[in-house]
Design a protein around this ligand. Structure first.
Ligand code: CA2
Length: 147
């Protein structure tokens, strides 16, 4: 099983600013959490990709077609704006889980819509960086049940 983990804009700043919302852990820690959890839940390959550019994220999702079995995605601010990322997820039709570090449902009105989430079979919010471990567990269970 191969998983692609995608992180959107500014998540590379984790641990540097806004620790009250996103915690004190750095992006490097997030990568370690993802690699360890991917192994734990039976993924042979876990590629972790971060970009601040919408088109680069769309390109990466397209490249996943035929290469990866599933996607875990935190589109960050593009969550609330990007029909392009939604369309890319729909186009590749890979099982995808959306993850957010914060409890977006308890935040501002503009965070109450998720376009990419409309193409995801599960959404995990408000669990901090552990949410990525949870997302990988949910994706693994889904892929194993599909076999
Ligand atoms: O809670 C999440 O994971 C979000 O996807 C994070 C996004 C936000 O726009 C979404 O509404 C919810 C923001 C990511 C920015 O990350 C930063 C990390 C450290 C310092 C500043 C920003």
């Amino acid at each position: 099983m191969k998983v692609l983990i995608i992180n959107g804009p500014n998540l590379n700043m984790l641990g540097i600013r806004e620790p009250d919302i996103y915690g004190k852990e750095t992006y490097a820690t997030l990568e370690t959490i993802c690699r360890d959890a991917a192994k734990e839940f039976g993924f042979d390959t876990a590629e972790i990709f971060q970009s601040n550019h919408e088109g680069a994220i769309v390109d990466k999702i397209q490249e996943a077609y035929g290469t990866f079995d599933g996607i875990v995605i935190n589109p960050a601010a593009y969550t609330h704006t990007s029909v392009a990322i939604l369309d890319a997820l729909k186009a590749v039709a890979l099982p995808a889980v959306e993850v957010h570090i914060s409890a977006v449902e308890e935040r501002e009105d503009f965070r109450q819509v998720s376009y990419p989430g409309m193409a995801c079979f599960a959404t995990i919010t408000g669990e901090g960086l552990d949410g990525y471990r949870h997302a990988l567990q949910v994706l693994s269970e889904h892929l194993l049940a599909e076999r």
